[in-house]
Design a protein around this ligand. Structure first.
Ligand code: ME8
Length: 535
């Protein structure tokens, strides 16, 4: 198993402020990155912005600023959001960054030299909103964009094209040899049936009708068209074709690095068809996985800035705390499926899982250790009965499942497994009935064993959940009286004895929410007027 991990999010369009949909994808990638770092993997986590293109140019014009001024302003909103969401990226790329521009130009020159791109003229149905050309069949008799449903326009212009036909057989062979390249696999079948089988048309990679893009040195008037520019970010950020390419060597060139692109289903085609082809043309290795997550939906369809039905994240974080939002995003939408955001489910999820399950387990355990043992965690002296033994077995099993599930990118399931252990620990309290054991002095060893087991399992749960609960896991460790240097993955998974540690009761980790009040609060946020991206 490789000990190097490179994870990326899409680079978002800074056409309007980020919303919960962007936070969803970025949080998933962050949870993956933190989970791997926690387990000692050499990890690199990239996110950023896709700043070129006609839409940005139009938005800037409408605002009376230059495109660069426009993107500079929105970029701060993204970096500010990632700060409050605790996103632990190693690098934030902007496609207007000089090093990226340099790499893209070099790649285009190489494609030109290799005859992978050629000059032609393009006539097609173009959707300004999706920045995509579509075929006659795709737009249908009504000439509507198959992605967003808006009217498309017929366009003709000189353009360079990437020869997809040259790579299609290699791509299919690659799919065959790497059945887990696209996760979930159904997303690959979609690509084969909808795009490859009907006959893949060559991809337009330059444009001449706007100039907000990377200029093509060899063909004045052409700018690199959005997807070649955007997809290259995954390697330009590491220094590909630049003087300092140490990161590229370490993370991309090493065939053992696990490379994961986390994306939404809307951009699947670009990541699973064209990106591998570009890499083949460059004789570079392919990513290990493209992880296609579902979309966050609202009652009226996909949450999106052009619809204006977005939920702003800062007031949510401010009100519920960063950990609660991170937990909701990771846990609620099952990976690979779309999920609808409703205030009712949001509050319910936080109350059931965080307040009633995890918060309650910590609260009860710390209170009992105070009450029965003066606050000192008793030493573990073996599993004294079947209940103890079963709990530790479940804990060991959880670690195994957690690792396997997170390594196969089943993020929701990995954390659900940990929460399941927390439920088992609560049940263990009911079954062990420590309050009854406490009444009989002969049962003191059993009582001690129960507390020792609970403390170790809480330490384990806190550690496994720490990639999500980035602040509350620390509070949990504080309440268990753990020193900073003891809070390691190895120690937590060893289920070692915490005997002798002094618990420190704190405020509840996740106080129970007043559902009616909180639902009203979220509904008011949803109803507040929002900025709408020009479409
Ligand atoms: O497509 N639910 O940028 P973009 C979940 N620049 N995820 C959502 C979402 C929602 N409602 N809305 C957006 C682009 N996303 C290109 C990408 S990559 C080389 C270039 C997330 O700003 C989701 O991950 O439109 C989706 O794929 C991405 O934002 C699209 O972001």
């Amino acid at each position: 198993m490789s000990k190097k991990f490179y994870v990326t999010t899409p680079i978002y369009y800074p056409s309007a402020s980020p919303h919960l949909g962007h936070a969803y994808c970025t949080t998933l990638a962050d949870v993956l990155a933190r989970g791997k770092r926690m387990r000692g993997f050499d990890t690199y986590f990239l996110t950023g912005l896709d700043e070129h293109g006609e839409k940005i140019q139009d938005n800037a014009k409408a605002k009376g600023v230059t495109p660069k001024e426009f993107v500079d302003e929105v970029a701060v909103k993204f970096t500010d959001l990632w700060k409050i969401m605790g996103i632990s990226y190693d690098h934030f790329i902007r496609t207007t960054d000089d090093y990226h521009v340099e790499t893209v130009k070099k790649i285009f020159s190489r494609f030109l030299k290799q005859d992978d791109v050629y000059l032609s003229s393009y006539t097609g149905w173009y959707c300004v909103h999706e920045e995509s050309y579509w075929t006659e069949t795709q737009v249908g008799p009504e000439h509507l964009c198959p992605e967003c449903g808006r009217p498309v326009e017929k366009k003709e212009e000189p353009a360079y094209f990437f020869r997809c036909g040259k790579f299609v057989d290699r791509l299919l062979k690659f799919y065959d040899e790497h059945p887990d390249f696209v996760i979930p696999e159904g997303r690959k079948t979609e690509m084969i049936n909808n795009f490859i089988k009907p006959g893949l048309t060559d991809l337009c990679v330059t444009r001449t009708t706007f100039d907000w893009g990377i200029p093509v040195e060899e063909a004045p008037g052409h700018v690199i068209y959005v997807w070649l520019d955007a997809l290259t970010n995954y390697i330009s950020a590491l220094g590909y074709l630049q003087q300092n390419d140490a990161l590229f060597k370490n993370f991309w060139e090493d065939p053992d690095t696990e490379i994961v692109h986390v994306i939404g289903a809307d951009i699947n085609r670009f990541h699973t068809i064209y990106w591998p082809m570009f890499l083949m043309a460059l004789s570079l290795r392919e990513p290990s996985h493209v992880f296609v997550h579902g979309l966050m939906m609202m009652k009226d369809g996909k949450m999106s800035k052009s619809k204006g039905n977005v939920i702003p994240v800062p007031p949510l974080v401010d009100h519920f705390g960063v950990d609660a939002i991170r937990y909701y995003l990771t846990r609620e939408i099952i990976f690979g499926q779309d999920g609808e955001f409703t205030p009712e489910q949001f509050v319910e999820r936080l109350n059931v899982d965080l307040a009633n399950n995890l918060g309650n387990l910590l609260n009860r355990t710390v209170s009992m250790i105070e009450k029965y043992f003066g606050g000192e965690i008793p030493a573990y002296e073996g599993d004294l009965n079947d209940l103890d033994k079963n709990l530790y077995e479940a804990a060991r099993e959880t670690v195994k499942n957690y690792e396997t599930l997170s390594d196969s990118l089943k993020v929701t399931e990995a954390y659900a497994a940990v929460m399941d252990l927390v439920s088992k620990a609560n049940k263990y309290i009911e079954e062990s009935a420590p309050w009854a054991l406490a009444k009989d002095p002969d049962k003191k060893p059993l009582l001690a064993s129960c507390m020792a087991h609970l403390a170790s399992v809480l330490f384990l749960a806190g550690e496994l959940l720490s990639p999500i609960l980035i602040t509350k896991s620390k509070e949990l460790f504080d309440q268990l009286g753990l020193d900073e240097d003891e809070r390691t993955y190895e120690k937590a998974v060893s289920l070692c004895s915490l005997g002798g540690h002094h618990v420190v009761k704190g405020s509840p980790l996740f106080p129970r929410l007043d559902a009616a009040k909180e639902i009203e609060f979220i509904k008011a946020l949803m109803a507040a007027p929002k900025e709408k991206a020009a479409a």
